[in-house]
Design a protein around this ligand. Structure first.
Ligand SMILES: NC(=O)c1ccc[n+]([C@@H]2O[C@H](COP(=O)([O-])OP(=O)(O)OC[C@H]3O[C@@H](n4cnc5c(N)ncnc54)[C@H](OP(=O)(O)O)[C@@H]3O)[C@@H](O)[C@H]2O)c1
Length: 214
């Protein structure tokens, strides 16, 4: 699949490398691609402008600071996102990076992106874990859970395929329902940070354990 990652930070780099290694046609979209030539060489992935990246992608992945995501995606233009799978991984904090107060405490960024770009097919996923775990689920002792939220069933199926390509078998996927359920994924950030501080690592994940079958 042609994948455009918007944002060249920790998550953008990790996912670009991993999806390219899985055989996808990946580009990174940056506000300043000229300054990212070394990164492009290091990853073996082109770094282009945000609009060019969005144009390239069949799937566009938002990995920008959540408080800035809508403004950044606007620079791609609604037309470049129309009809496309738009995977949103971002969480917004009032103080970036990774502050302690959510920038969208009463709603989710995922919903706001969906309502701002109504013709895009937004799927929220990967928000509840660190980039090391996103691209290396087998680095944990046991299988864990990856959540999906979104309104479009086909977009979620395509996202699920991309998750599987990174080592997340379908048995680890949990479809939470429509995009409003992105609130749970984003607001989990508080618990994520509390666990990270108490355990002294970001490299963990949660697993949903259901009742035994009758
Ligand atoms: N780090 C994690 O493991 C993790 C886990 C789950 C969710 N998240 C979420 O995923 C998103 C990306 O996380 P990250 O750790 O990759 O962040 P990061 O290292 O800060 O990188 C974000 C990238 O977004 C781009 N960007 C676009 N507009 C920007 C703006 N106005 N200000 C600053 N950067 C801007 C920048 O790339 P250019 O300079 O090239 O444009 C920057 O490198 C965040 O929303 C974060 O909350 C992160």
């Amino acid at each position: 699949m042609r994948i455009a990652l918007i944002g060249t930070g920790n998550v953008g780099r990790a996912l670009a490398k991993a999806w390219a290694a899985a055989g996808h046609d990946v580009v990174l979209g940056s506000r300043d691609p000229a300054a990212k030539e070394d990164l492009a060489k290091e990853l073996g992935v082109p770094v282009v402008g945000i609009a060019a990246a969005a144009e390239h992608g069949e799937a566009v992945v938002n990995v920008t600071p959540g408080a800035e995501s809508i403004a950044t995606l606007r620079t791609a233009g609604a037309a470049a996102l129309a009809g496309k799978l738009l995977i949103d991984i971002a969480v917004g904090f009032t103080e970036e990076p990774h502050g302690t107060a959510l920038s969208h405490p009463d709603v989710s960024l995922g919903e706001l992106i969906q309502s701002t770009f109504p013709e895009a097919r937004v799927v929220k996923t990967f928000t509840t874990m660190d980039s090391v775990v996103m691209t290396g689920p087998d680095t944990l002792e046991e299988p864990s859970t990856v959540f999906l939220s979104g309104n479009d069933p086909t977009a979620k199926t395509r996202t699920a395929t991309l998750l599987t390509d990174l080592g997340w078998p379908p048995s680890t996927h949990m479809d939470l329902g429509p995009i409003e359920t992105a609130r749970g994924q984003e607001h989990f950030a508080h618990l994520f940070m509390a666990i990270a501080v108490s355990q002294g690592t970001y490299d963990f994940n949660v697993r949903v354990v259901l009742p035994k079958a009758e």
